[in-house]
Design a protein. Structure first.
Length: 301
């Protein structure tokens, strides 16, 4: 059994994911460009070792997991100076759980394969709470034998694993999942703004949606928690959702599949990003809807 595991990228998602692996008894070596994040993880899990570079992580690991902002970051960590490729031994595997561009993932995997290193893409859904509770859903692409090797790790961090196809398939599915989520958040926000303007209580409207055909992950986990509470504090960044929409629409263009609704929805998300602060929460999309409609989606009493 592969027991020496590396983890790179200790942000909102990566920190709890790595923590579950440490708790499960894996020999974990970690790296983050912000060294304080690695030290905080070590303080919570004293058996964790902190490396000074991706190369050091690879040298200490049989399998390395990345959770980074995009495929470009993963490519650089894997193939750049002091990268994973310089430290990996034979039969090592890179597991990318980031929301990455499928084409970059395939190219990175091909470069690693030339060195005898395999790669699996395994992006996640479940948000921060899913990472903390080890209830993530993994969308996986790669060779079945490699997936079988990394499956025990995925089972520690999540509740469900779907094998979508060859390398890149997981990241394709991730972008499509986030496309649906983004369009749902936009449509739900507009409907709640209209209902509020017409005198309905948005929290009561949310209750109706959650027991009706308009129910969604957004209505169940986002509206009362982030919007009517006026916290707007979802840790997922608006800029990352816009990035995932770009990936999905580039896939549509490359496949010559017209998606006019999604294309216009993406344009509206881009407008929201243009006026948001850097690093703004994805919840800020709703504030943009509020400004556009002139309606605040808040409790009526």
């Amino acid at each position: 059994m592969d027991r020496r595991i590396g983890f790179i990228g200790l942000g909102v998602m990566g920190t709890p994911m790595a923590g579950h692996l440490a708790t499960a008894g894996y020999a974990l070596t970690v790296f983050d460009i912000d060294g304080s994040k690695a030290e905080r993880l070590k303080a919570a899990h004293p058996t964790v070792k902190v490396a000074g570079s991706p190369r050091e992580v690879a040298a200490a690991s049989e399998i390395v997991i990345t959770m980074l902002p995009s495929g470009e970051y993963v490519r650089d960590v894997a193939l750049g100076p002091r990268g994973l490729v310089e430290g990996f031994g034979s039969e090592a595997i890179l597991v990318d759980t980031s929301s990455s561009e499928p084409a970059i993932t395939v190219a990175t995997a091909e470069a690693l394969r030339e060195r005898g290193i395999d790669m699996v893409d395994a992006p996640v859904s479940g948000a921060e709470w899913g990472a903390r509770r080890a209830e993530l859903v993994f969308m996986v692409g790669g060779h079945p034998a490699s997936i079988a090797r990394v499956r025990p790790l995925l089972d520690v961090m999540g509740k469900q694993v779907f094998h979508l196809g060859p390398i890149g398939a997981g990241h394709t599915m991730k972008s499509l999942n986030n496309l649906v989520t983004a369009m749902t958040l936009l449509a739900t926000s507009e409907a709640l703004a209209l209902g509020t303007k017409l005198g309905l209580d948005p929290e009561l409207m949310t209750d109706v949606l959650n027991l009706s055909t308009g129910m969604s992950w957004i209505s169940q986990t986002h509206i009362k928690q982030r919007v009517t509470s006026r916290t707007f504090d979802d840790p997922f960044k608006l800029e990352l959702m816009v990035k995932d929409l770009r990936i999905a629409m580039e896939l549509a263009e490359s496949a010559a599949v017209p998606m006019p609704f999604s294309a216009y929805g993406r344009e509206l998300w881009q407008r929201a990003e243009a006026v948001a602060e850097p690093g703004a929460s994805v919840s800020e999309l709703v504030r943009w809807v509020e400004r556009s409609t002139g309606v605040e989606i808040r409790k009526t009493s």
